[in-house]
Design a protein around this ligand. Structure first.
Ligand SMILES: [Zn+2]
Length: 232
């Protein structure tokens, strides 16, 4: 597999971050606050209209760090997180969107669950149908930017629709690039974060080098234990 890049890297970051809030075995529902929605919108290239609610990069990094620490009891790979977030924040042409309120949390939760169903559908046809259905429900309109990049917009002005436009756009690009199978969950059972495997081989199992080395260390300890060596 060659080029694994998609043009809307920020929207893809927002998509995986949103999918990461879904309940999974051992992890409860993780989407609760409008503030979280602001993070996804900002990463996806939307400018939330309320100066005080737009988090700075430092706030985003801190929030991501706190979340990972709460979940897994350790900080994430700092440099990587910051690079991702800076890339997202550097997205040009931020489109304005209203500040999310509590009702939007439920709407975005439903959007998240539908996107997960589409992107992880066993059958490709199911994925296509669900993405098309989401596009209709959120009144999405496909178009092109002045650089002829795919740009999906919504005819509705509410927060969930504007976010849906970005996330469905990123999802369509992912699928159209033949990369749907690369959206997976981290193979480390302590993490299980959704990620897009950008490795050259296409066989990447872990979301970050941190998770890969954690798994290696665990295997090493298990081997030492089985061989009766002192654990170190
Ligand atoms: Zn991971």
């Amino acid at each position: 597999m060659g080029d694994t890049s998609v043009t809307h890297a920020g929207a893809l970051t927002a998509l995986t971050a949103l999918l990461a809030t879904a309940p999974s075995p051992g992890l409860p529902e993780g989407l609760h606050y409008p503030g979280q929605l602001v993070m996804f919108a900002t990463a996806a290239g939307l400018a939330v209209e309320s100066d005080s609610s737009v988090p700075t990069i430092e706030e985003l990094v801190r929030a991501a760090r706190i979340r990972v620490r709460e979940r897994y009891g350790e900080p994430p790979e700092e440099e990587e997180q910051e690079e991702d977030l800076q890339e997202a924040a550097a997205q040009p042409f931020a489109e304005p969107c209203p500040e999310p309120v509590f009702e939007d949390v439920a709407a975005v939760t439903r959007l998240r669950d539908r996107l997960a169903r589409a992107l992880w559908a066993p059958e490709a046809a199911e994925c296509r149908d669900e993405l098309a259905a989401i596009a209709i429900d959120f009144r999405l309109i496909p178009g092109l930017t002045d650089q002829d990049m795919l740009a999906v917009r919504s005819a509705s002005g509410d927060f969930a629709s504007l976010l849906a436009a970005k996330l469905v756009g990123a999802s369509l690009q992912l699928v159209a690039a033949g990369l749907r199978g690369r959206l997976r969950r981290c193979g480390d059972y302590e993490c299980m974060s959704p990620f897009v495997d950008r490795s050259a081989s296409g066989h990447g199992l872990y979301c970050t080098p941190t998770c890969a080395s954690r798994v290696r260390a665990r295997r090493r300890r298990n081997r030492q234990f089985e061989e009766g060596q002192p654990i170190g």
